[in-house]
Design a protein around this ligand. Structure first.
Ligand SMILES: C[S@@+](CC[C@H](N)C(=O)[O-])C[C@H]1O[C@@H](n2cnc3c(N)ncnc32)[C@H](O)[C@@H]1O
Length: 220
């Protein structure tokens, strides 16, 4: 069965990849690496520098494919990038595409995945996104300052600003009612992630059953 990994690389230090990312590299036959170079050189690719270090440290031999990912957003590029990744499956069964930081934060991963879903639903179904450490988690750790504590919240926005917001709700007390939470996009409830009792509901639960619960109001 063909398998695609979308691997988050963390903010730049190869030591900040996850164990899961490392295992996905070990399982991958080929790794697709974004580069800003039209000529598909790895010279301008930060992602390549991280991957190169990891492959060297863990003595892994992989086929590397440069994928030209320009700075400007253009659906035609995402479609081409998806196509180039899919073409790797003509030669390999397990392929990775890497992204900086975490895949959920302003990454091309989900644009590309939309096209992969359209062009090859079975590879989409068998794909796995591996989360990673964000640039702002590292920034906070560097200066030992928290991003949110107590009743404060965290906002992540592009420099030019926006009114569109994905909202994450956390730290609900057991038994707390969720009726005050207005749904703007589509709320999912995540309970006890990674435990044997993990539950993911495609809705807002009426009340919080466990402290380890997240509600995310996705605008996408
Ligand atoms: C396209 S976004 C990708 C964000 C990434 N997926 C993450 O989880 O942090 C790129 C922006 O992230 C920030 N960024 C990413 N890596 C960084 C680093 N090593 N140092 C400072 N800022 C960084 C910068 O604001 C940059 O413009």
């Amino acid at each position: 069965m063909k398998k695609l990994y979308l691997i988050s690389l963390g903010p730049g230090d190869p030591e900040l990849i996850t164990l899961k990312a490392l295992k996905a590299f070990q399982k991958s036959e080929a790794i697709c690496i974004p580069t800003k170079s039209k000529e598909k050189s790895f010279e301008k690719s930060t992602a390549y520098k991280i991957v190169k270090e990891i492959l060297k440290e863990f003595d892994l031999q992989k086929t590397l494919y440069p994928i030209y990912v320009p700075m400007k957003f253009n659906p035609k590029d995402w479609e081409r990038e998806a196509q180039e990744i899919l073409e790797c499956f003509e030669k390999h069964d397990t392929v990775s595409f890497v992204t900086l930081g975490d895949a959920a934060i302003y990454s091309t991963v989900y644009y590309i995945l939309d096209f992969i879903k359209e062009k090859n639903p079975s590879i989409y179904e068998n794909s796995e996104v591996i989360p990673g450490i964000t640039s702002f988690s590292l920034a906070s750790a560097k200066i030992k300052k928290p991003l949110c504590l107590g009743d404060s919240s965290l906002e992540i926005a592009p420099f030019y600003g926006t009114s569109k917001k994905t909202k994450v709700y956390m730290r609900g007390e057991r038994g707390a009612c969720t009726s005050h939470i207005k749904e703007n996009g589509k709320i999912y409830t995540f309970e006890r992630l990674t435990s044997k009792d993990e539950k993911i509901y495609p809705k807002k639960v009426d009340s919080i059953k466990h402290y380890m619960t997240l509600l995310i109001d996705f605008i996408f």
